[in-house]
Ligand binder design. Structure first.
Ligand SMILES: *Cc1c(COP(=O)(O)O)cnc(C)c1O
Length: 364
């Protein structure tokens, strides 16, 4: 087998090796089935078992209560930017509140404005998207149709540590880049959505966890493909579901349950991994300039800059020599970003921390 490197890409991103290996073993012929997951009907007994097991895994990991549907949709997080307001805002005469903590929240807002009124309840622009707001800073409309947050801003590396208090207004969360990184009090949310390709599986499937009373709000005139109610009634099989993506989500959630031992354990490991890098940043006497304020730091995307842009190439080259790849930050933030999702092994983060320490010593 070709050697694997440590790749810190923000997404599509690293997957557990055991899940990749199982998919590889079964790719030509699944045991007892004789054909590939890529070749079976989405309405076959085999796939029905796979999608039901995937949902059961998610329900177990997140302790999803009764009264919530788990949907497997397509179109990524971008389609959810549009689908949420189509279903919850269109024709309702209400407004939606947006907490804008970075690039993705900013991108979700205009999609709601196509469907109705949407206002900004807080904007991190003034502080260069380096933190999440305190509850007391939120300017919330108590009659809003929903409040939209981005639990983890993938590009800036800022993350809500707990849910903001939004009263009785449904909380809608783009959890694309931190879904399943810790246990969640699901009952505090109206909708949690996540494209798979950050922390969950391959691109092509999007998980939506949605409360029943919100499913019931979908306007009749919506195209069925954009209608939560139709998708829920069809158990995500109204159309041909992204079968391979769902299968991979099953393997990844099997790994979380059986190899990791659940989300409390995963959260502890994630904190340990992130601390390795933040400790290097904090101990570097300012050589590494962390983008996020400490209280808003992400456990998934660690963002930092070097004192001098000329040093950036040297950093990239040195990292590559140690098989550490895809560290360059998004152009809007600059510097570097280490995406250390659930599946990034501890060894990869340790190796990056060692390299960063060494690099600061030699160049600081
Ligand atoms: C990657 C990402 C998106 C965009 O996902 P697509 O699947 O490309 O639509 C949206 N929100 C967050 C938080 C992301 O990390």
């Amino acid at each position: 087998m070709e050697k694997r490197v440590f790749d810190f890409s923000p997404g599509p991103a690293v997957l557990p090796v055991s899940a990749l290996q199982e998919a590889q073993r079964n790719l030509v012929a699944m045991p007892g089935v004789g054909i590939s997951i890529l070749e079976i009907s989405h309405r076959s007994a085999t796939f029905t078992e796979i999608i039901e097991k995937t949902e059961a895994n998610l329900r177990k990991l997140l302790n999803i209560p009764e009264g919530y549907q788990v949907l497997f949709l397509q179109g990524g997080a971008h389609l959810q930017f549009a689908m949420v307001p189509m279903n919850l805002l269109r024709g309702k005469g209400k407004s939606a509140d947006f907490v804008v903590t970075g690039t993705w929240g900013k991108k979700a807002l205009p999609e709601a404005q196509r469907e109705g009124k949407a206002r900004v309840a807080w904007d991190g622009k003034a502080t260069n998207f380096s933190r999440v707001p305190k509850d007391s800073e939120l300017d919330l409309d108590k009659d809003a149709a929903y409040v939209h947050i981005t639990s983890n801003e993938t590009i800036q590396g800022v993350q809500f540590q707990t849910e903001p208090a939004v009263g009785n207004v449904p909380l809608v969360c783009d959890s694309s880049s931190d879904f399943l990184h810790r246990p969640l009090p699901v009952d505090k949310y109206g909708i949690i959505y996540a494209c798979a390709q950050k922390n969950l599986g391959p691109a092509g499937v999007t998980v939506v966890v949605i409360r029943d009373d919100l499913v019931a709000q979908s306007p009749e005139e919506l195209s069925p493909m954009l209608n939560y109610k139709v998708m829920a009634e069809g158990k995500s099989l109204y159309n041909t579901a992204p079968t391979f993506g769902i299968y991979m989500v099953k393997l990844v959630t099997d790994w979380l349950l059986n190899d990791i031992g659940g989300l409390d354990k995963m959260h502890a490991i994630n904190k340990q991994k992130a601390n390795l890098l933040y400790d290097v940043i904090d101990g570097s006497s300012g050589f590494y300039d962390g983008h996020a304020e400490p209280a808003s730091r992400s456990l998934m995307n660690v963002t930092f800059r070097l004192p001098d842009p000329e040093m950036e190439k040297k950093f990239v080259d040195g990292a590559a020599k140690r098989d550490l790849h895809s560290l360059k930050g998004h152009r809007s933030v600059g510097g570097f970003r280490a995406s250390i999702y659930n599946a990034m092994p501890m060894e990869g983060v340790e190796r990056l921390a060692e390299f960063m320490t060494e690099f600061a010593k030699q160049n600081g």
